[in-house]
Design a protein. Structure first.
Length: 131
């Protein structure tokens, strides 16, 4: 691991190692092995911190593409394997939240002010007639 405060030097070999890591992310359900691609796993495979991965992605377009691919692989595997019943649904839900998936529903009610005034006037008229 790199020392805190000292940036890890970047070179092209990290692209090859990163691709090898992504290729190694294959589940073996018979052996109960799940290898979901993760930033933590990639950082360990490269011997750097997760922060270093994101710093490299800011500066090196090719490494940014690697992180994008990793996140897309993660999302796809989570959805597909969860639907197949192979992944823990609670963990899958938690991680898919980072990909924009949510199970809440939201309703919006838009009432124009003019309509609101008409409703209030009609209500007042009804109340006045009842007196």
């Amino acid at each position: 691991m790199a020392k805190a405060g000292h940036p890890t030097p970047y070179n092209g070999i990290f692209i090859q190692k990163a691709l090898e890591y992504l290729d190694s992310c294959k589940d073996d359900f018979k052996k109960k092995v799940v290898k979901l691609p993760k930033a933590a796993g990639l950082a360990l495979a490269l011997g750097v911190s997760k922060d270093t991965l994101y710093e490299w992605a800011k500066v090196h377009k090719e490494f940014s593409v690697i992180l994008l691919k990793m996140n897309q692989m993660q999302e796809q595997k989570l959805v597909d394997e969860s639907l197949a019943g192979n992944y823990n649904p609670h963990i899958a839900k938690l991680v898919l939240g980072k990909h924009g998936y949510h199970d809440s529903s939201r309703s919006e009610v838009n009432v124009k002010i003019e309509k609101l005034d008409e409703i209030q006037k009609a209500t007042e008229d009804i109340l006045n007639e009842a007196e």
